[in-house]
Design a protein around this ligand. Structure first.
Ligand code: TYD
Length: 244
């Protein structure tokens, strides 16, 4: 069974994550990699649709319930989409995954929740081959959002700077990036399974960030001996599925 490569892009609100996700996946597609792009919260599975309503403040749930909803959405997403794609040997790129839950649900909500409990309810999440963390100060992130440079923010659940500051602190902790100051590049390779964390300076001009991310990802794919190839019909249909 061939196994693909699972890459996740993470960052606080306004880090430019979604823009870089678009740019990276466009380049991978152009190169002919067998590609599946995806995101969390999902928009296609039922729990993801409920989460969207909560984030838009159309529905209310407790903080504990929201943490469970994100974990449930992830369980569906992992089983129904990510694992099958990896088994097909695809490069799977996700805009957010389990580290978002660790960071946002433990310290980013009205009530702080126990990080170990959040890890436990996400126990069946996969370990990505690489996490690209676009690091930016919450002030710069919020300015970008309000200027509409990245996008106009369409929900207000996690909106203020001190919340984003707390979220960033947990990201740095769980990604083992605590000793890397803002503005520096850093790579952490896990001893246990070789999975990588790339810290990229999200405050750089977007074209620069794109280049750094591309360099990292092509290096990773090379190390994993994943070559771009002729797309077979199955990969085409997988790519179409996620774009719908
Ligand atoms: P979304 O509108 O998709 O925006 P973004 O571009 O910021 O990803 O909103 C997703 C929000 O959900 C975002 O503020 C982060 C949050 N989130 C969590 O709190 N926990 C999670 O596990 C995930 C995946 C996202």
């Amino acid at each position: 069974m061939s196994r693909g490569c699972f890459i996740v892009i993470e960052g606080i609100d306004g880090s430019g994550k979604s823009e870089q996700f678009q740019r990276l996946t466009k380049r991978l597609k152009k190169r002919g990699y067998k590609l599946v792009t995806t995101r969390e919260p999902t928009k296609v599975y039922p729990v993801g649709r409920l989460i969207e309503k909560v984030l838009r403040e159309e529905e209310q749930v407790s903080e504990e319930a929201l943490a469970l909803l994100f974990a449930a959405d992830r369980a569906d997403h992992t089983e129904r989409k990510i694992k099958p794609a990896l088994e097909e040997g695809a490069v799977v790129v996700s805009d957010r995954y389990v580290h978002s839950s660790l960071a946002y649900q433990s310290r980013g909500m009205g009530k702080a929740l126990d990080l170990d409990w959040i890890k436990k309810i996400n126990r069946y999440a996969l370990e990505p081959d690489a996490v690209i963390f676009l690091d930016i100060s919450p002030e710069v992130g919020q300015t970008r959002l309000s200027n509409g440079q990245v996008r106009i923010k369409d929900h207000s659940y996690f909106e203020n700077i001190s919340q984003q500051e707390r979220i960033r602190t947990v990201y740095l902790e769980v990604l083992n990036l605590n000793d890397s100051p803002l503005g520096s590049e850093k790579i952490v390779v896990s001893q246990a399974d070789g999975s990588r964390v790339y810290r990229v300076d999200g405050a750089l001009p977007v074209d620069e960030v794109e280049k750094v991310v591309w360099r990292r990802v092509t290096g990773l794919l090379k190390a994993l001996k994943i070559e771009p190839g002729e797309r077979d019909s199955k990969a085409e249909s997988l790519t179409r599925f996620i774009e719908e």
